[in-house]
Design a protein around this ligand. Sequence first.
Ligand code: DC
Length: 226
Amino acid sequence: MKKINIAIDGPSAAGKSTIASLLAQKLGYVHLNTGAMYRACAYKALQQNVSLEDEDALVDLLSHSVLEMKNDGSVILDGKDISHAVRADEVSLAASCVSKHPKVRAALVRKQQEIAENGGYILDGRDIGTVVLPDAEVKVFMTASAHARALRRLNQNQEEGIATSDLETIEKEIEERDYQDTHRAASPLVQAEDAVCIDTSDLSIEETVDRILDLAKPFLSEGDVK
Ligand code: DC
């Protein structure tokens, strides 16, 4: 059967990326973390002292950058591996800021659509089911309480040796980003009408993956799941 696309949207730190890469492994698909593309733009703006409020300067910055999203998940900007650097807390807030500009979104959405054109992709982000891939065969809106998300982010940062704030600060930042992401004018975070909502606060990673595989089942052939 033809390879499908799976859209996973939801607030920050809901587990989208972890789940999407596991699903990709199980299906032999590629995971594209679209948040990393907004992060890469924010990272370069911070490096080059470009104002996060200057939409045209950000678009200009993007058009003079070579952004490669590798199949293994690494993010290469102008030949340099920035996969780790883009995860820093400072870049998270800056990414939320750059992502509110319609022209920045248009440039990155176009790139995402080109990448996923032939199916076989799992995209995670905020606007995948609504804007990037409105025809995706499977659409999931993944959420969890701000507290559960802050706890997971803290553990993940500590495990991966990423510079991190304390739990209370992370929770506050998550709430701040939720507010920015859901209240911006351009493609705010909303659940697509035809997306299935999965609250992962009390679900294990395996349970969440299984739920999504169940949703994908009608589009898969026997033996597709490894
Ligand atoms: O998923 P993430 O936390 O890495 O995303 C970083 C920021 O980028 C987040 O604040 C929202 C924004 N984003 C977006 O607006 N649209 C996407 N498809 C993905 C991320």
